[in-house]
Design a protein around this ligand. Structure first.
Ligand SMILES: [Zn+2]
Length: 684
């Protein structure tokens, strides 16, 4: 939570394939009529499944194709969900853990990784340090008497690094000129994640509230705060955040199609001066090192306009409590063993998960999170293959070539719009497996530092790097920065118009050299490459031109038709009720659903050129790639806070749009998988 702008990642940088708001209203009568009155069960919830249940591809295809895996799989200790992505992710994790223990691997990167890994695992030292490193600044927050004193603390060296100072700064490619890096000025993150939770608390918000309050109260106790006082302090923090949240975008608004236009507000430094008041905005920006002579992208001007109305002497106690709570909670995984175990137990208590990952896995997550490039370089050296990289590049080209054919056969858009779409398609840059250029960690040394000190040193390195990029040309060669190349995932970056098919996903069951054509098309054709290319033409990506600039290239008529189609999809998705009182929010997930659907459309187009193509094998592989199980709390999170549809919907909704599916399984009008041709949702 320290100075890393999570919002930038969600809004601008990349649209991942996998896991990365609110608006629950009551279930409509309409929902009951969906699927011919036989709604699909949410197959991620294992309580919905049994070994002996009968399945039928015409009623719930996802369940039919994946039942064996869904029934027999278990969520491992310390996880919220489990899937084939998790299996591949854990395979990479175990390979990396073995490398972390292999002293024969030498060099600066290996040394950095081992040093950090040891710092995380050195419980004796962590226990001896306890909260002593975080106590001085915590005490200083509580001692603040007035706004000038608070400002001085926020602008102290420690304050600038650690304290929630009501703004978040980051550097990323510009929206209207994607060749240049710009500084983004955003609102900070919130304890309950979503601004909507402060006006209408949901089950998810309650879970976050209880979990964080419990952990905060525990650590505050170690810092000497009385239990009741700590509870009050947490509630004061929430009450002050409720005031801030009134002027922030909700998760639902941030996932809506118009979000990207709303956040594109450029202002120069003099304009920012007009926002100064009790809160010394521009002085803070300068002290943090983010002063430059180019424009800033201010994502939520309304937030800045109202900040000074809230940053007042009357609210001082609430402000202090908010800063204190965020500061303390930021260390829940960096302190002693007792605190680590307490936080895990609390997480399990409130989310329903069980057990904990091994210490080695926990340490790996910290290490790869803080020093990703060092781990990636070692991994690529040992497991990277030029042959696989070329295989992936060729497959990307094949998908793009088929996509071109698909766009040419489009029936609703004008020739001019299609020609531009093809121009954009042809401009997509392919990034396969790993980059040729890496971040250079040679200036980082962790010698003599504690775990908290090391974490700070590393994050300062990233801040310095980001600041050095502000206003400069985007370094296209360094495309792996910020992308977690070892994650089982893939990304489309709309601002650079690139597809990034990274090494983390390049393993069984998603990728291997000896897959059948059907498996290859279901996995890479539809699910991975086809999906990422489709993000260039989803309701968000389609707002960017071939160069990655936010610019309208649509004719008015075609844009209306596109929106009509997206709205039709939203309406269909809105009717789906996965569990309890919760229905899907179509506008949250339409970009990902369009990418799934259009990716599948592309793979089916590729299949047209293959003699004796086995559609049954193809569709089953597609469904099996999506197989996952999850806790109720994890489903709740995905349904309300994530832009990706639940996995069973990522199978069932796309397949029911295509004739090949109806023909393969003889789907009839009264089947739950049936959708009348006039109701089908294919966008392109
Ligand atoms: Zn995606």
């Amino acid at each position: 939570m320290r100075k890393v702008s999570k919002k930038l990642v969600a809004w601008i940088i990349v649209l991942g394939l996998l896991i990365s708001s609110y608006g629950q209203t009551c279930i409509t009568v309409d929902a009951a009529r969906l699927n011919n009155g036989k709604p699909w069960i949410d197959t991620e919830l294992q309580e919905n499944l049994s070994k002996n249940m009968k399945t039928d591809p015409t009623d719930n295809f996802h369940l039919h194709a994946s039942k064996d895996w869904l029934v027999k799989s278990r969520i491992p200790e310390g996880y919220d969900s489990w899937s084939h992505y998790s299996e591949r992710g854990r395979q990479v994790k175990m390979q990396c853990i073995r490398m972390l223990q292999d002293n024969s691997i030498t060099g600066h990167d290996a040394k950095l990784l081992r040093t950090l890994n040891q710092l995380v695992l050195d419980w004796d030292t962590r226990n001896a340090i306890g909260v002593s490193e975080i106590a001085p600044l915590a005490d200083q927050i509580l001692e603040v008497k007035d706004i000038p004193q608070l400002n001085a603390l926020l602008m102290s060296e420690d304050g600038l690094f650690y304290l929630d100072n009501f703004i978040s700064l980051g550097v990323s490619a510009g929206l209207t000129d994607s060749t240049r890096n710009m500084i983004y000025l955003e609102s900070p993150g919130l304890l309950l994640d979503d601004a909507a939770e402060y006006t209408k608390r949901t089950e998810y918000g309650d879970m976050m509230y209880n979990y964080k309050k419990d952990v905060f109260t525990y650590i505050a106790g170690k810092l000497g705060m009385d239990h009741n006082k700590a509870g009050l302090c947490f509630d004061n923090a929430i009450a002050f955040e409720a005031k801030l949240a009134e002027n922030m975008m909700t998760s639902e608004e941030a996932m809506a199609d118009d979000a990207i236009k709303k956040i594109n507000n450029e202002m120069n430094f003099s304009r920012l001066v007009s926002f100064n008041g009790n809160y010394p905005l521009t002085e803070m920006i300068e002290k943090m090192g983010y002063r430059y002579n180019k424009n800033y992208v201010v994502t939520e001007p309304k937030y800045l306009e109202h900040l000074n109305e809230l940053y007042t002497p009357e609210n001082l106690e609430g402000i202090k409590d908010e800063i204190y709570v965020c500061y303390v909670l930021g260390f829940s995984d960096m302190l002693d063993r007792e605190t680590y175990d307490y936080a895990n137990d609390a997480y399990n208590k409130y989310t329903g998960s069980e057990g904990n990952v091994s210490d080695k896995e926990m340490a790996y997550s910290e290490v790869v999170g803080l020093l990703p490039t060092a781990m990636e370089k070692l991994y690529v050296k040992k497991y990277g293959s030029a042959k696989s990289k070329h295989h992936m590049e060729n497959m990307c080209r094949q998908v793009i070539n088929t996509y071109r054919k698909m766009l040419r056969q489009n029936k609703w858009a004008s020739k001019k719009t299609i020609n531009y779409a093809i121009k954009k398609l042809d401009a997509i840059k392919i990034h396969a497996a790993y980059p040729d250029k890496w971040m250079d960690y040679s200036s980082i040394s962790l010698d003599g530092l504690s775990l908290i000190g090391a974490e700070r040193r590393i994050n300062e390195y990233y801040s310095d790097y980001d600041i050095s990029c502000a206003g400069k040309k985007v370094d296209e060669k360094n495309w792996g920065y910020g992308m977690s190349l070892l994650a089982c995932n893939a990304f489309y970056d709309p601002s650079q118009n690139t597809i990034n098919m990274i090494i983390g996903m390049m393993g069984e069951p998603f990728f291997s050299e000896d897959m059948s054509t059907e498996e290859l098309y279901a996995s890479l054709g539809a699910f991975w490459i086809g999906h990422e290319v489709s993000h260039a033409f989803d309701s968000n990506g389609a707002q960017y031109d071939a160069n990655g600039n936010l610019r309208n290239w649509w004719s008015e008529r075609d844009q209306k038709e596109f929106e009509k189609r997206v709205n039709k999809m939203n309406r269909y998705l809105d009717r789906i009720v996965p569990f309890g009182k919760y229905h899907v929010n179509g506008s949250n997930i339409n970009t990902e659903m369009i990418a799934d659907m259009t990716g599948l459309q592309c793979a089916l187009k590729m299949a047209e050129d293959v003699d004796h193509f086995d559609y049954d094998k193809f569709f089953k592989t597609y469904a099996q790639m999506n197989a996952s199980i999850g806790l109720y709390s994890s489903e709740l999170y995905l349904l309300t806070q994530d832009a990706h549809p639940l996995d069973y919907l990522r199978t069932n909704v796309p397949v029911q749009q295509f004739d090949e599916f109806y023909e393969t399984y003889n789907v009839k009008k009264n089947n739950a998988m049936y959708l009348a041709p006039k109701d089908r949702l294919v966008i392109w």
